[in-house]
Design a protein around this ligand. Sequence first.
Ligand SMILES: O=c1[nH]c(=O)c2nc[nH]c2[nH]1
Length: 445
Amino acid sequence: MAELTISGTYFTATDPNNVQSVKDALIMIDQTGVIQRILQPSDQEYAAQLQSARQADRLLELDSDQYIIPGFIDLHVHAPQWPQAGLALDRPLADWLNHYTFPLEVKFSDPAYAQRVYHDFVHTLLANGTTAAMMFGTIHFDANMTLAKEVVSQGLRGFIGQVVMDNPDQTPDYYRNSSAKAALQSTENFIQAVLKMQSRTGQTITPVITPRFVPSCTDEALVGLGQLARRYNLPVQSHLSESNWEHGYAIERFGQHDTTVMDHFGLLTDRAVMAHGTQLTPGDWQVLRERRTAIAHCPISNIYFGNGILPVNRLLKLGNKLGLGSDISGGYTPSLYHNARQAVKSSQQLTDGVDNHLLAEQRGVQGSRITMANAFYLATRGGAQALHLKAGVIQEGYTADLQIVRMHRALMPLTTADIFQRLMYQTEQADICHVFVGGREVYKA
Ligand SMILES: O=c1[nH]c(=O)c2nc[nH]c2[nH]1
């Protein structure tokens, strides 16, 4: 018998463009947290399985206004920036980093402060339906271990990076690795400590190689991080062509786009996730495709710092790997629902353009519009593909990382397609009733 059976209607992405809905299904989850079987009301065994799960008190029966969807996967988020979410977003990137973000991140040299923030942060991600996240920490080993422990104790699937930033030209004296050598040694210590934690707990807790971005790292640090990524076969995360300033910086220092720079140092792999990418060129996209490196689309953050809109539709059609990121605190909310909405809105602005002094047909980039189904794919299946997780999909054999949400009251009859739109456009944290990671309930409203 299944460890847990959930009965209700679910939505899941079948590919970048399509969402499948199954009404009144039985999702049967085994002891290892994997979806063992999915039965539909027309299946012969349906009534008997429903009955026996009910009798064994292993049934979660949803109300008629509750729905099951895969847990969301946040591909890019800065855990230590949680206290300043929603602050100073009207400042340009370099100014925001130097005057707000670095002074905040340096406070994580205090483990007690880290504990307070990270406890709240991990809880908030789960409460927003996020079941896996690829996170930046800070340069501090102890604080990053605190984040790793919170991830394990609260049950999030966590990919955590100890940030490397050792370039004296682009980082402040008070918040910088003392040298490339020290940064690499501390990174390796962190990798080994997290791998040990992973083998002890059996949980998805993964260390991530994390050069903050090209400007903040010396060549020596980038060389060493590429070697560590290879030696330990680990994921990599960074920011890539994220704004006019940052894209221009790489060209000035190396005479090349930072895609080429990252590739040169061995940091573009099929386990790498590069955030933003608003200034990438078609040539850069091709390099990312060839390396199977994913882009974390951070649509809210990009509106503030990106100086452009990522052409998601074009990239999906070309076959680039894409997921969605909240980019706390370049973005103001950890909710991937809000980010999915912004992804659709931004794509419409890209299509139509914004300068009304130009003729309508000259203003925008035709064919850029994406649908909510596309955005849902990014938040689920696309993110899972980037992180090599057998999750993000409601299907037999996939891990049961799920969220159960209550739809806002319907005052007119809604089709299944309408319900999907309604859920994606209106769900807030308060509407998320249960969250499961690997079949285990990790959040209940
Ligand atoms: O949105 C961003 N947030 C950051 O913390 C950061 N660091 C470098 N580049 C960055 N972009």
